[in-house]
Design a binder for this molecule. Structure first.
Ligand SMILES: [Zn+2]
Length: 237
């Protein structure tokens, strides 16, 4: 019995060690600045970087799925990665104790990224909706790491209530730093029936006319996350 437990323990340890390998290989083979090519729906990326959050902020900010991040699903253009880190700093300095969760972005090399239809050139990133009162956004295998959570048109769901003020503040920071780094936000996708709630907050009202939002329902209802397409110069566009 003990022997069997020992074997499983060794296997689990080996698996954990192996999980670090893909990221290490990617960082060792990176040989210059990030280069995006084409569009979000038909493009690629060279020298992508993994979304990382400074150690000091890790109690507030986390990836939707630890294993998926190790399997290379949270890579983006280096400027996008910088923007994300700076924007999270803003939220934390603002005293927010919310649970900020980032979702999928793309492969280190870009290209087709199923089940997403875009996310191909390192400029698309998903962010799980922050919840009110510091509620933890549930991310586990049985809700597809957050992507199966559901919220009604007022932003209420089994997980809690969406904090639209925080989404607005976050988008404002993302926009600010993207501009500072010579780019911007091309568009944000959020379920249209939830957008009214966002624009009803003071910070959200200020986003009108500044950031472009989808007007029609996207191919999947974006109620558990908002999708951001950044705008940085790419080759072949
Ligand atoms: Zn997306």
């Amino acid at each position: 019995m003990f022997r069997r437990a020992k074997t499983w323990l060794i296997r689990a340890a080996l698996l954990l060690v192996l999980l670090w390998v893909p990221n290490i290989v990617v960082s060792l083979t990176r040989d210059g600045p990030s280069v995006c090519r084409g569009s979000t729906s038909n493009g690629s990326l060279e020298n992508g970087r993994r979304i990382t959050v400074e150690r000091a902020y890790r109690s507030n900010v986390r990836p939707y799925c630890w294993i998926c991040a190790h399997l290379l699903r949270t890579y983006a253009h280096e400027k996008v990665v910088s923007v994300i880190a700076l924007a999270y700093e803003d939220q934390i300095y603002d005293g927010s104790t919310a649970d900020f969760v980032y979702g999928e972005s793309g492969w280190p090399w870009g290209g087709s990224f199923k089940p997403h239809r875009t996310h191909q050139n390192g400029l698309s990133v998903d962010f799980m909706v922050p919840l009110k009162d510091g509620a933890r956004f549930p991310t586990h295998l049985f809700n597809r790491f957050g992507y199966d959570e559901e919220f009604d048109s007022s932003g209420r769901g089994a997980a809690g209530e969406i904090d639209f003020h925080l989404i607005a503040r976050h988008l404002d920071s993302l926009d600010k730093y993207a501009r500072k780094l010579g780019g911007g936000i091309r568009r944000v996708i959020l379920a249209p029936d939830l957008q009214d709630n966002l624009f009803a907050t003071p910070a959200g009202a200020a986003l009108r006319g500044k950031i472009t939002f989808n007007t029609r329902q996207a191919w999947v209802r974006h109620d558990d996350h908002y999708h951001v397409d950044f705008d940085f110069p790419c080759e072949g566009t």
